[in-house]
Design a protein around this ligand. Structure first.
Ligand SMILES: Nc1ncnc2c1ncn2[C@@H]1O[C@H](COP(=O)(O)OP(=O)(O)OP(=O)(O)O)[C@@H](O)[C@H]1O
Ligand SMILES: [Mg+2]
Length: 369
């Protein structure tokens, strides 16, 4: 089946520009993400490159905005309506295509099968299980045990980059968890700054039409559905704004009232949202990896061939924080341990002030452990 484009002569140009705009926003987004992920070590190896990327994004953004604002509003509105219709038709065609090919899913590998989720007419792909995952044995075991109880309500806490999302991803692929919860939703809340946007994001993951998404519709769909596990990743985003917190907590409490919906949240900080009876015993906020796990992680990324005392020196820089271990190991993989150490010594002062600024910012955002 082909995916046809239904549009008049003007629409393709507009669609082209929208696509260009979307591509540019994606680049902008990934640039900002990579900058954020690099965190305190960014100056060590990528500052120039990131600045250049941001500048180029800004220039392109300005140029595109100039084109958009120059368009007549009526033309834009018409094109957007057509765009919506076209998108809806493509969506329908895609759903038909998926259902007509459902038999071919049977040939998907075991990992693939456990990553595919269909529910309420929607189709979502779970993130793959982490390929490098060390330590965290007790938290992992405790999480799986909690998810075997009913109703399971659990939060993974800890500072940024400490491995909360990774632990959640490993847990959702555990065979006991996959067996118990045939339907699992992994929902990123990173862009949900209010209760309304949180509801909209959850609704869209569940396959609700954006025009009919409401708190009531989401709750009704989940209440009438099969037992499922909902993972709300980066829940600190909707929760952290004090003025909207009560509303977010009230919605979360309603989700938690559905007995067959298990909830797993990941959140920066050390505080759980109120109004939900979280399952005991609580999982304590994640701490840095133990030395063996940090070393194993480092060696898998940087290769086994490095001198062990150099590896230990570099691990000291990272405080065994998984994100830092990953970044430093990545640098060591390309320039070697010695060069990495030299760069660190050179830029230490600048980095330390960046660390302070970053810690101050994080402390302001949430109460860190
Ligand atoms: N147990 C682990 N073993 C090896 N690597 C890990 C482990 N946990 C996390 N990592 C790596 O560390 C990085 C950061 O992990 P992750 O994204 O899970 O942190 P996070 O706590 O969710 O961060 P944030 O608060 O920014 O969402 C990832 O690239 C991940 O691959
Ligand atoms: Mg995370």
């Amino acid at each position: 089946m082909s995916l046809s484009i239904h549009s008049d002569i003007q629409a393709p140009k507009m669609l082209e520009q929208i696509a260009q705009y979307a591509r540019m926003l994606q680049r902008f987004d990934s640039c900002l993400r990579s900058q954020r992920e690099l965190g305190t070590l960014r100056r060590l190896f990528k500052q120039g490159e990131i600045m250049a990327q941001l500048e180029s994004c800004e220039t392109e953004l300005r140029a595109l905005l100039a084109i958009f604002t120059a368009k007549q509003e009526t033309g834009l509105a018409t094109a957007l309506v057509k765009f919506n219709i076209d998108t809806e038709m493509r969506h329908q065609e895609l759903l038909e295509m998926i259902s007509s090919q459902s038999s071919s899913f049977e040939t998907v590998s075991l990992i693939g099968q456990s990553s595919l989720n269909t529910s309420s007419g929607s189709f979502s792909l779970l993130p793959a299980s982490p390929k490098i995952f060390h330590g965290r044995e007790s938290e992992f075991e405790q999480l799986v045990d909690i998810l075997m109880t009913d109703p399971a309500r659990v939060v993974i806490l800890g500072p940024g980059g400490m491995g909360k999302t990774t632990l959640a991803m490993a847990t959702l692929h555990h065979h006991k968890v996959a067996n118990k919860y045939q339907t699992r939703h992994f929902i990123s809340c990173e862009s949900a700054h209010t209760r309304d946007s949180l509801v909209a994001i959850i609704g869209s993951y569940l396959g609700l039409d954006t025009s009919s998404t409401s708190e009531r519709a989401v709750l009704a769909l989940l209440s009438a559905g099969q037992p499922c596990l909902i993972i709300l990743d980066n829940f600190e985003t909707p929760w952290e704004a004090l003025e909207g917190r009560a509303k977010v907590e009230a919605f979360l409490a309603l989700l938690a009232d559905i007995p067959h919906v298990a909830l797993l949240l990941t959140m920066r900080g050390a505080e759980r949202p109120g109004k939900v009876q979280w399952t005991h015993p609580f999982i304590r906020p994640l701490m840095p990896l133990d030395q063996a796990a940090a070393r194993q992680t480092f060696l898998e990324i940087a290769d086994e061939t490095h001198d062990s005392s150099e590896v230990d020196q570099l691990l000291k820089i990272t405080d065994n924080i998984p994100l830092a271990v990953q970044l430093v190991a990545g640098i060591a993989a390309s320039v070697g341990c010695q060069d990495t150490m030299e760069r660190w010594n050179l830029e230490r002062t600048a980095l330390l002030s960046a660390v302070h600024a970053c810690n101050f910012h994080l402390m302001q955002r949430s109460c860190l452990v």
